[in-house]
Structures are given as structure tokens and as C-alpha cells.
Design a protein around this ligand. Structure first.
Ligand code: C5P
Length: 220
């Protein structure tokens, strides 16, 4: 069978990562977390004293760090210049700066190229999750899913992940990040015309996984 390419996009807190990992594991496919790549390059900028609000400085450094993604859904990894940054890329500092870094066209060009190379070399296929996978990175994907959920549900899920973080603060930060991601000029967060929209507000994670697995199997 030819490799199957699945693109899963949507705002934060819709269950993209949990769903994508589980679907890939269940179907024996590779998995790529593109948000982790943008977080990794943002972590490098912060660690190297680059002002993330200075688009020129960010663009000038876009090609410097080496970013490697491990694509095993059971154990996804991300390294920058050989250093495992899985933990540090989830800090509030990186989270609050990633939208500015990822809006810089030179950053997107660099990371998009990495993503296409990884997708092209995935043997049985790959589940790629992000914001612009169906629209820009892999417009010929076999299946495109756009996950949504109410702001309340998304904030509640994120606060749960952040263990005890205040729901209200999380909600504000999440809305700000989605607004920035949706309004940027370079490949904004958007639903592709041919994407299947799945509203996860009232679904459990196993239900979302089953729904996506069924859609992939229909395409295979
Ligand atoms: O998915 P996650 O929340 O880890 O993504 C972090 C950030 O990376 C997003 O808020 C967005 O700014 C950026 N991103 C992007 N394009 C993607 C994936 C993530 O711009 N395909």
C-alpha cells in the first residue's frame, strides 16, 4: 500500500497531540508534532539571547539551530543541536513567545522544509499535526482533519495538562495565541477547504480517536 499522509490541524486545546499520537500508534504510522519544532526554534532563540519580538533578528538566525524530530508515536523526541529539549519547550516563557517566532516567514520556510522532508521519508505513512499542515505544508495529504472545541473546553483541557494552572489565565493566554496564529500573514491557522471538521467539545478522547481512525481507514 502507498504511504498514507494525514494532516491534523486546529487551535490549541482541541486534543490534536493526544489524538494524532494515538491514531498513528494504532495504525502503525509515524507521527510529527510540528508545534514542537516551532517551540524548539523558539527555545533556541530565547537561550541565545535573541529578542523574539525583533523579526529581523529572528529571521537572521532562522537557519542556525539544527532541529531533529523523532517520529515514533510511542516516544516522540525533539532535539536542538543534539540536546533533548522535550521539557524546556513546554515552559510558559517559550509558550508565550512561540507565536511571534513562528510568524516570521524565514522561520516558516525553514521548518516547512524540514516537515516535508520527514513526511516524504515516512515508510507506511505519517500523521502530521499543526496549524497549516493541510493548507500549506502538505496540501496533497490523503486526509485532512480540522479539530475544534469551545474556548471553555480548550482552556479546561490545557489547565488540566498544566496541573493546577488557573483556568481563567489559561483561557486568556490560549485565546491570545490562537488570535495571533490565525491573523498572521504567513500561513495562518486555517481550515483547508477539503478538511473534515471535527468538533471535540462534547466528545471524549477515545471517541475522537475512533472517529479519525475510521476516516483514515476509509482512505486507505
Ligand atoms: O501545537 P503547539 O501548541 O505546541 O504549537 C505551538 C505554536 O507553534 C503555535 O501556537 C503556533 O504559533 C506555532 N505553530 C505553527 N504552525 C504549526 C504548528 C505550530 O505556527 N504547523
Amino acid at each position: 500500500a502507498p504511504a498514507v499522509i494525514v494532516a491534523i490541524d486546529g487551535p490549541s486545546g482541541t486534543g490534536k497531540s493526544s489524538t494524532s499520537k494515538a491514531v498513528a500508534a494504532q495504525l502503525g504510522l509515524s507521527y510529527l508534532d510540528t508545534g514542537a519544532q516551532y517551540r524548539a526554534i523558539t527555545w533556541w532563540m530565547v537561550s541565545n539571547g535573541i529578542d523574539t519580538d525583533d523579526a529581523h533578528a529572528v529571521a537572521a538566525a532562522a537557519d542556525k539551530p539544527e532541529i531533529l524530530s523523532g517520529t515514533d508515536p510511542a516516544r516522540p523526541t525533539i532535539t536542538v543541536d543534539g540536546v533533548d529539549v522535550s521539557g524546556p519547550i513546554r515552559t510558559q516563557e517559550v509558550t508565550s513567545r512561540v507565536s511571534a517566532v513562528s510568524a516570521v516567514p524565514e522561520i516558516r520556510t525553514r521548518i516547512t522544509e524540514l516537515q516535508r522532508t520527514i513526511a516524504a521519508s515516512a515508510g507506511t505513512g505519517i500523521v502530521v499535526e499543526g496549524r497549516d499542515i493541510g493548507t500549506t505544508v502538505l496540501p496533497d495529504a490523503d486526509l485532512k482533519i480540522f479539530l475544534t472545541a469551545s474556548p471553555e473546553a480548550r482552556a479546561a483541557r490545557r489547565s488540566g495538562e498544566l496541573k493546577g494552572a488557573d483556568v481563567h489565565t489559561t483561557r486568556e493566554a490560549l485565546i491570545r495565541r490562537d488570535a495571533a496564529d490565525s491573523s498572521r500573514k504567513a500561513s495562518p491557522l486555517a481550515k483547508a477547504g477539503d478538511a473534515v471538521e471535527v468538533d471535540t467539545t462534547d466528545l471524549t478522547l477515545p471517541q475522537v480517536i475512533e472517529c479519525v481512525v475510521t476516516l483514515v481507514e476509509e482512505k486507505r
